[in-house]
Design a protein around this ligand. Sequence first.
Ligand SMILES: NC(=O)c1ccc[n+]([C@@H]2O[C@H](COP(=O)([O-])OP(=O)(O)OC[C@H]3O[C@@H](n4cnc5c(N)ncnc54)[C@H](OP(=O)(O)O)[C@@H]3O)[C@@H](O)[C@H]2O)c1
Length: 317
Amino acid sequence: MATEGQKVVLITGCSSGIGLGIAVMLARDEMKRYYVIATMRDLKRKDKLVEAAGDAYGRTLSLLTLDVCSDESVKQCVDSIKDRHIDILINNAGVGLVGPVEGLSMEDMKQVFETNFFGAVRMIKEVMPDMKRRRSGHIIVISSVMGLQGVTFNDVYSASKFAIEGFCESLAIQLLKFNVTLSMIEPGPVHTEFEMKMIADVSKKEFAGTDAETLQHFRTYYLPSAVNIFQGLGQRPKDIAKVTKKVIESPRPQFHNLTNPLYTPIVALKYADETGNLSVHTFYHMLYNLGGVMDVSVRLMKCLTCGCLRRQTISPV
Ligand SMILES: NC(=O)c1ccc[n+]([C@@H]2O[C@H](COP(=O)([O-])OP(=O)(O)OC[C@H]3O[C@@H](n4cnc5c(N)ncnc54)[C@H](OP(=O)(O)O)[C@@H]3O)[C@@H](O)[C@H]2O)c1
């Protein structure tokens, strides 16, 4: 149970990846400022988290079952927490979906929205009234850079993240009146099971109903560049956890929080040209005309930002 002065943090989707990373980083806080309720839909998947949490498990970290797609599961979980008191809610659970729209089933598309959009809304709806009553709380959503900029062949995933961005941008205004803060974390690619699931999913699917030309664009242009981007620019869950902790600890948290500075110019493109053509055409060229160049650019950008060049400069002593 949380001790006096500790902040109670509930995180969804902690069986792997970013959720696991955030849960462990907060639970292992040196000053023990957080009591983490790490939730997952299937507790049989708890071993990786328990191992990574080490001696924090049972002290500053406990586990509960929670499926963000079920009203009953969400209510049962929140009701089981002492006084339903949650200081910080981190909506992390999410699923991906890539491929040509014609080849994706409506069922799969709805599942993405059910998890990424309605899952987060369901959590907020359950936890927010208590925060408003207490006039205190912080709601965090692990969104994506794709919630700010659409990316081809990620149409539905991107739409689900745009939807949650729009929902939260609207809600944040009202919540300010109740001293409740809302923050979006917007990662670019991160090495987690998400990436593996995407590769496994794509290799299994035939995308029936998609014309041969579109399928060829998907397999020969998009997929290799997606793999390159993950390899070249991918962050680790620990990097996202660090940004999230910084946001939690900030006296005046920002609403938008990109985790990868390399994506700042990409997002800026759409605000630089109100017609929208600049970003659409730039992405078109990057995908269809600059495949090879992009590979080199990704490596170059990674090299420039890794810090090794800075470390090698001679200091003016
Ligand atoms: N990896 C990236 O490149 C990336 C980039 C930007 C944003 N994000 C976002 O980051 C978040 C975490 O993803 P990740 O990269 O850490 O992927 P991950 O390793 O696949 O983790 C996703 C987590 O969500 C859980 N989940 C899925 N459906 C759920 C449900 N109905 N109820 C409760 N939990 C559910 C999964 O649980 P199970 O183990 O039961 O499946 C898993 O714990 C997602 O919102 C994703 O959109 C990821």
